[in-house]
Ligand binder design. Structure first.
Ligand SMILES: *Cc1c(COP(=O)(O)O)cnc(C)c1O
Length: 428
C-alpha cells in the first residue's frame, strides 16, 4: 500500500473535508525551499508549510543544535526547575522584542500563546479588583482554534457550531486604506465604556482573513488610544513575527509598544511547535503578591521544552545573520517589482504586499473561503510544482527566506498563470 492509502485508513487531517479531499501528497524529504514526494515529484514550498518555515527544510544548523540538545536534556518539568535553553532564548527574545517587553511565558503553539495572553490580560485587572473584562478585536481576525482564541476571532463558518460557547467580544472593523476613520471612531465609542480589559490585533497583516493589510500609522493611533484609556494591547505576532513584514516584528513599525506579544510559527524556524507570550514589567508585577490566589495558574506539560527552545535559538542565530537579512530585503524588493507588474492585469482586483508577504486578490463573483475557484488554483499550482494554498480567490506567497531567485520566479510565473484560469472561470 502507498503511504497516501495507509494515511487514508487512519488519519484525520486539519481543515480538510475528508469525504471529498484528494489523497494527501506524501512528502519524504525536504531541503531548502523544496519538498520531495515519495513518487519523485518536487514542490517549491511557497507558503512555508503553513507560514512556519523561515530558513528552509531540514536545515543542517538547526538539525545539529536540536540533536545536541536531544543528547543533553530532552525535557524537564518547568515549574520549580529551569534549563539553559529556556533562559537563553528568553534573554535573546527580549533583546529583539519591542522595548516594553520584560518577561517570557512559554507554551505550545500560537493558539496557546493567545490563550495565555487573554488570561494574563483578564487576570491583570482581576488581581487589582478592577472591573475590566471585555476584549476588543478586529472583526475579520484569526487568533487560533482553541475556545478563547476562537472567541476573539472572526465569527464565521469555522466557529458557527460553537457560537453559544464563545464569550462576547467587542469587534471593530479592520482599518484598511480609506476606512481608517471609521475604525478609529468605533474604538473611541467602545472606550467610552470603562469595562475593556484589552485590545488584541494581528499587526499590519491579517493572515487567515486573506492577507488583509493596513497601515502602521492607523495601528499606532489605535494602540495609543487604548493606552490613554488604560486598556491593555496584545500584538498577535504569531504570523508576522521574525522578519515576515520586512522588520523583525511588525510592532517595530509603530512608535507605541504593546503590553503583550504572542509568538509561535517562525519562532523555531518551523522545526517544532513552541509558543511564547511576552509581557511588560507592569503586567508581570500585577501577579506578584503574598496572596497566592493572584498567581497565574496556567501551564502545559511541555512548557519550555528544551528541544523546541534549542530550535528557537538556532533559528534566531540564522535570522540575525547579515546573509538572511539580505535575503529578506531581496524578497521584499522582488515582491514589489512583481506586484507593480501584475496589478494592472484584468481580473486582478488588488495586489497587496507587506515585506515578504505578497497577496493577489482576483476579481470573482464572490469573495469567500469556499469560492470554488480555490480548488482550481490550488491544483494548477501543484501541477506546476508549487505549493500555494489560496484563501478563496486570494492567492498569496510567504516563502522561506532561503528561496532562490529562480524558485521565486517560478512561483511568480505560477501566480501569473492563474490569471487565465480566473478569466475562463469568470466567463462561465
Ligand atoms: C496561525 C495563527 C495562530 C494560531 O497558531 P497555531 O500554532 O496554529 O495554534 C494565531 N494567531 C495568528 C495570527 C496566526 O496566524
Amino acid at each position: 500500500m502507498t503511504l497516501a492509502a495507509r494515511d487514508q485508513q487512519v488519519i484525520w487531517h486539519p481543515y480538510t473535508q475528508m469525504k471529498t479531499a484528494a489523497p494527501p501528497i506524501p512528502i519524504v524529504r525536504g531541503e531548502g525551499a523544496l519538498l520531495f514526494s515519495e513518487n519523485g515529484e518536487v514542490y517549491i514550498d511557497a507558503v512555508s508549510s503553513w507560514w512556519v518555515n523561515l530558513h528552509g527544510h531540514a536545515h543542517p544548523y538547526i538539525a545539529e543544535k536540536v540533536a545536541e540538545q536531544l543528547r543533553t536534556l530532552e525535557h524537564v518539568i518547568f515549574a520549580g526547575f529551569t534549563h539553559p535553553a529556556a533562559v537563553e532564548l528568553a534573554e535573546r527574545l527580549l533583546q529583539v522584542l519591542p522595548d516594553s517587553q520584560s518577561r517570557i511565558f512559554y507554551s505550545d503553539n500560537g493558539s496557546t500563546a493567545v490563550e495565555v495572553a487573554l488570561k494574563m490580560a483578564i487576570q491583570y485587572w482581576h488581581n487589582q479588583g478592577v472591573a475590566k473584562t471585555r476584549i476588543i478585536a478586529f472583526r475579520d481576525s484569526y487568533h487560533g482554534d482553541t475556545f478563547g482564541a476562537m472567541a476573539v476571532s472572526a465569527r464565521s463558518t469555522f466557529t458557527a457550531p460553537f457560537q453559544q460557547y464563545l464569550f462576547e467580544v467587542d469587534f471593530i472593523d479592520v482599518p484598511v486604506p480609506g476606512r481608517e476613520q471609521e475604525t478609529l471612531a468605533q474604538l473611541e465609542t467602545l472606550l467610552q465604556e470603562n469595562n475593556k480589559a484589552a485590545f488584541i490585533y494581528e499587526p499590519l497583516v491579517l493572515g487567515t482573513a486573506g492577507m488583509v493589510m493596513y497601515a502602521p500609522d492607523i495601528l499606532d493611533k489605535l494602540v495609543a488610544l487604548c493606552q490613554q484609556h488604560q486598556v491593555l494591547t496584545i500584538a498577535d505576532e504569531v504570523m508576522t513575527g521574525f522578519g515576515r513584514t520586512g522588520r523583525t516584528f511588525a510592532s517595530h513599525y509603530l512608535s507605541h509598544t504593546p503590553d503583550i506579544v504572542c509568538l509561535s510559527k517562525g519562532l523555531t524556524g518551523g522545526t517544532m511547535a513552541l509558543g511564547v507570550t511576552s509581557c511588560s514589567r507592569q503586567l508581570y508585577e500585577a501577579f506578584l503578591h503574598d496572596d497566592k490566589t493572584k498567581t497565574f495558574f496556567h501551564g502545559h506539560s511541555y512548557t519550555a521544552n528544551p528541544i523546541a527552545c534549542a530550535a528557537g535559538l538556532a533559528s534566531l542565530d540564522l535570522l540575525l545573520q547579515p546573509e538572511t537579512q539580505r535575503q529578506i530585503s531581496r524578497i521584499c524588493s522582488s515582491h514589489g517589482a512583481f506586484a507593480a507588474r501584475i496589478k494592472t492585469l484584468p481580473y486582478v482586483k488588488e495586489v497587496r504586499q507587506q515585506g515578504t508577504i505578497l497577496a493577489i486578490e482576483f476579481e470573482t463573483a464572490t469573495t469567500s473561503y469556499f469560492n470554488n475557484l480555490r480548488d482550481t488554483l490550488y491544483n494548477y499550482a501543484l501541477q506546476q510544482g508549487v505549493v500555494l494554498r489560496p484563501l478563496g480567490n486570494i492567492i498569496y506567497c510567504i516563502p522561506p527566506y532561503c528561496i532562490t531567485t529562480e524558485q521565486l520566479t517560478r512561483v511568480y510565473e505560477t501566480m501569473e498563470g492563474m490569471h487565465s484560469l480566473v478569466s475562463s472561470h469568470s466567463a462561465q
